[in-house]
Design a binder for this molecule. Structure first.
Ligand code: B1M
Length: 214
């Protein structure tokens, strides 16, 4: 089995103490950091998602695997930064109110940061008013990225956009949305400026929204 596959198994089975060494081994094997991230750390979470859906595993297994993934991401994070990257401006990232899923949002924030955005990550379960407040504190923000993983919390995205409108700040920023239950149609319905299916396309979209090509 390759070191990359071994890492994926370690994350899937929640072997927290083995994660850092497994990430190092996968990198030593010659795998690109982005592949270590996607194949070694993110794929096993998706595998567990299917098992969770089928009732084969439960919340504790998801939690421990999530911790494994976060530990691995911290190890690989410095290698994802492109070194001398030109700043593309400030971006605020949040998982919306009522939603505790932050893995996808963290990946989006991580890759946006690597691409050159100055990311202000305001966390998960973020109320609309807190997003407005973060924008007031960071008036040069160009993009707000909102993430939701629950069909119930995707409507918090709408509430957040409405809160920005009520505060008179909506025209100052682009709002992009994403997360498993979200799609382009929903993004259009709630008046978002864009929707992306994954973290890589989120970076492309963010660049497009701020007028940077490629
Ligand atoms: Co929960 N959960 N969860 N969960 N969880 C889902 C989302 C679920 C689909 C599982 C299932 O039933 N099959 C289901 C939602 C059902 C629904 O609403 N239709 C579910 C449920 C029901 C729940 C609870 C209610 C369970 C319970 O307590 N009974 C509970 C809710 C808690 C809450 O939020 N209030 C809950 C809790 C949890 C944990 C805390 C245990 C844990 C989260 C840990 C954490 O995030 N720190 C967890 C997990 C891990 C999952 C699954 C298994 C995996 C989610 C994930 O991290 N995927 C998930 C099942 C699944 O999605 N297959 C599930 C990996 C991640 C990289 O992908 O987040 O999709 P994702 O992000 C992608 C894209 O969506 C996109 O890019 C990312 C990278 O490619 N993207 C964006 C995301 N945000 C973006 C923003 C953008 C652009 C793209 O622009 C800004």
């Amino acid at each position: 089995m390759s070191k990359l596959s071994e890492l994926a198994v370690i994350v899937e089975y929640g072997k927290l103490r083995e994660v850092e060494a497994a990430v190092a081994a996968a990198l030593d094997e010659g795998n690109a950091p982005i592949d270590v991230l996607n194949v070694g750390l993110v794929d096993p979470i998706n595998v567990l998602g299917e098992k969770f859906r089928l009732g084969e595993i439960f919340v504790p297994e998801l939690l421990i695997a999530s911790r494994c993934m976060k530990t691995g991401v911290e190890k690989v994070r410095p290698m994802l930064s492109g070194g001398d990257v030109k700043s593309l401006g400030r971006a605020i990232c949040a998982t919306v109110a009522g939603d505790m899923h932050d893995i996808g949002k963290n990946l989006v924030a991580l890759l946006m940061g690597s691409a050159g955005f100055e990311v202000v990550d305001i966390g998960m379960d973020v109320e609309p008013e807190a997003v407005v407040e973060a924008l007031r504190e960071n008036p040069d923000t160009k993009i707000i990225g909102l993430s939701a993983l629950l069909t119930t919390t995707m409507y918090s995205m709408k509430d957040t956009i409405e809160a920005l409108e009520e505060a008179g700040l909506r025209d100052r920023v682009k709002v992009m949305v994403g997360g498993a239950p979200v799609n382009q149609k929903f993004a259009d319905q709630i008046g978002a400026d864009g929707y992306a299916t994954n973290a890589t396309s989120a970076v492309d979209l963010a660049k497009k929204l701020v007028g940077v090509s490629g």
